[in-house]
Design a protein. Structure first.
Length: 552
């Protein structure tokens, strides 16, 4: 729901502030930092009404932006996005784009909290272009946000953004922004595992805080400025983790207010704990190797050189085991990132729309309610598909098919129904068709439910990677096999990746939905039916998957 119905500003000069109006702003800041959510929103409504009626356009949009930041920080991205749309309409009505950077920055914050880091980075950069040199404080805060979003995208760029924010805070001589910029860079060093750099930066932060407290005790309060302690818990967690106190670090990261991505913080602590254990194991291995070396010298003197060969063999085995462990860690990290995004996105949609539907303060039309119910259902189905694929993967080879229980399955009828189901999911308006050279009553002994699941997954894969053109299902037969091919005019599969796409968690495009299990499950199901599935490497206009099933 929009916080205000749209009301155009007048062209009259703004009215002067009074003592009562300044109290508005002081109460706004107090509630923003420490007040209850409903009380803050109610006060913000009143403050915005005053600013609009008094024709304070700039202050109106800045306070409205701060309201959006508050909604983002309290995990209300849908309400914040509605605020973005409302501000856009108001600025268009005013024919004034000088404050467009506020809207762009708020949109970037929404993308950041929903973990759409690429769009967040793009919007932050656009906001910097829009603001130019007009709002140094906004520019500094944007540079700090770019530090966070570039942590996963480009760590070196994140360090450069952090240095830029620190330099700007020093130039502004603002201790609140300077302390926050130092804390952000310390957090960045922690997430990158740079222990020495973290403690050097953390020392700068603590020195600044000690100087602030000393001057505050002497009566120098820096006017309205204060030391920013929002990242105190984050830095405490980092310090404990680097010192090997992982249990205490996890407890604080899980229960205290941390003002960063809590899940990523815990992952980093777990990663440091693993590295610590690896270092301890390596130290034990080194001492063991020294002992073995001493034994080797003794045995070599005694003429038992075969022991040396056994030691070298053991070292090679340890190296292979280490490589396998590193590969498993990389796969685990990629899987966690993918699952976090694929499940979080529909969950956010379910949560947001459910709040709107259940809230008595939202007045929705029946069409809006139906649309939200459809979106909730679609998101629920997406989560169900992911969970089902994980369960199927976990079942693995333990699920078998009794070949003696196979029944005749009409191939033409099965394929036609698969295309009809695909038309219901064809949101891109692609041309879907089924062609066959088989006789109308042609059938093979198989399992219709399993074969239906295979066709649906392969066709869905073609729909996902085809933006325009067609998807064609074709059936033909040889003396021993039925060949079902799914051909699309999509992006295609590079020749050097065609052998990998049937492996677990392999995704050629990380920005497409899914966790990389559909084709893996298809291959297992096809083999269970006694067949095979391959990629036609001779087809280059898009992709063509060929399913081979035995006639007998």
């Amino acid at each position: 729901m929009l916080l205000f119905p749209f009301v155009a500003f007048s062209r009259e000069a703004p009215q002067p502030f009074t003592k009562h109006h300044r109290q508005f702003y002081r109460d706004f800041l107090r509630l923003y930092n420490n007040g209850p959510e409903d009380q803050f929103c109610h006060h913000a409504d009143s403050f915005l009404t005053f600013l609009r009626d008094s024709n304070y356009t700039t202050e109106y949009f800045k306070i409205k932006t701060n309201l959006g930041f508050f909604l983002v920080n309290h995990e209300h991205p849908l309400r914040a996005m509605n605020l973005v749309l409302e501000m856009n309409r108001e600025q268009l009505a005013l024919a004034d784009t000088t404050l467009a950077y506020l809207v762009t920055g708020l949109r970037a914050d929404i993308y950041k909290i929903t973990h759409n880091t690429l769009r967040a980075d793009s919007c932050y950069r656009a906001a910097l272009r829009q603001v130019g040199q007009r709002d140094p404080k906004f520019t500094l805060l944007t540079h700090m946000s770019l530090t966070e979003v570039n942590l996963a995208l480009d760590p070196q760029a994140a360090l450069r953004w952090a240095d830029t924010a620190i330099a700007e805070s020093e130039q502004l001589n603002n201790i609140e922004f300077h302390s926050a910029a130092l804390a952000i860079k310390s957090y960045l060093y922690f997430m990158l595992g740079m222990r020495q750099e973290f403690f050097e930066q953390y020392q700068r932060y603590t020195d600044l805080k000690a100087d602030y407290l000393r001057r505050k005790a002497a009566g120098d309060t820096f006017g309205y400025r204060s030391f920013n302690e929002r990242y105190e818990n984050v830095l405490r967690v980092a310090q404990l983790a680097f010192d090997g106190q992982f249990a205490q670090a996890i407890r604080i990261a899980s229960t205290a207010q941390v003002n960063v991505d809590r899940q990523m913080l815990r992952f980093r602590i777990n990663g440091l704990e693993g590295e610590y254990q690896k270092e301890q194991a390596h130290r034990h291995l080194v001492w063991g190797f020294i002992a073995i070396t001493a034994l080797y010298v003794f045995v070599y003197i005694m003429g038992r050189r075969r022991l040396w060969l056994k030691i070298k063999k053991r070292e090679r085995e340890l190296e292979v085991a280490q490589q396998q462990a590193d590969a498993a860690n990389r796969m685990k990290a990629a899987f966690i990132r993918s699952m976090s995004h694929e499940i979080r996105t529909p969950l956010n949609a379910i949560t947001g729309f459910s709040q709107i539907l259940c809230s008595p303060s939202y007045e929705l039309s029946q069409a809006e309610k139906d649309d939200m119910k459809h979106r909730i259902t679609t998101s629920s189905e997406a989560i169900t598909i992911i969970i089902n694929e994980l369960l199927e993967l976990a079942a693995g080879e333990s699920v078998t098919l009794d070949r003696s229980s196979l029944l005749p399955v009409g191939i033409n009828d099965l394929c036609a129904k698969a295309i009809e189901r695909a038309r219901q999911r064809n949101t891109k308006q692609l041309q879907l068709s089924f062609t066959t050279t088989l006789p109308p009553d042609f059938s093979i002994p198989s399992n219709s439910e399993t074969l239906t699941q295979i066709l649906d997954k392969v066709i869905d894969n073609a729909l996902k990677f085809t933006d325009q053109g067609s998807v064609t299902l074709h059936a033909q037969s040889t003396a021993t096999h039925v060949l079902l091919s799914v051909t699309d005019t999509g992006v295609g599969i590079p020749l050097d990746r065609q052998a990998d796409i049937f492996d677990n968690f392999v995704k050629l495009d990380d920005y497409k939905e899914g966790v990389g299990l559909g084709l893996t499950i298809c291959r297992r199901l096809v083999k269970m039916l006694g067949g095979n599935i391959t990629v036609d490497s001779t087809y280059t206009t898009g992709s063509r998957f060929v399913i081979q099933l035995p006639v007998k």
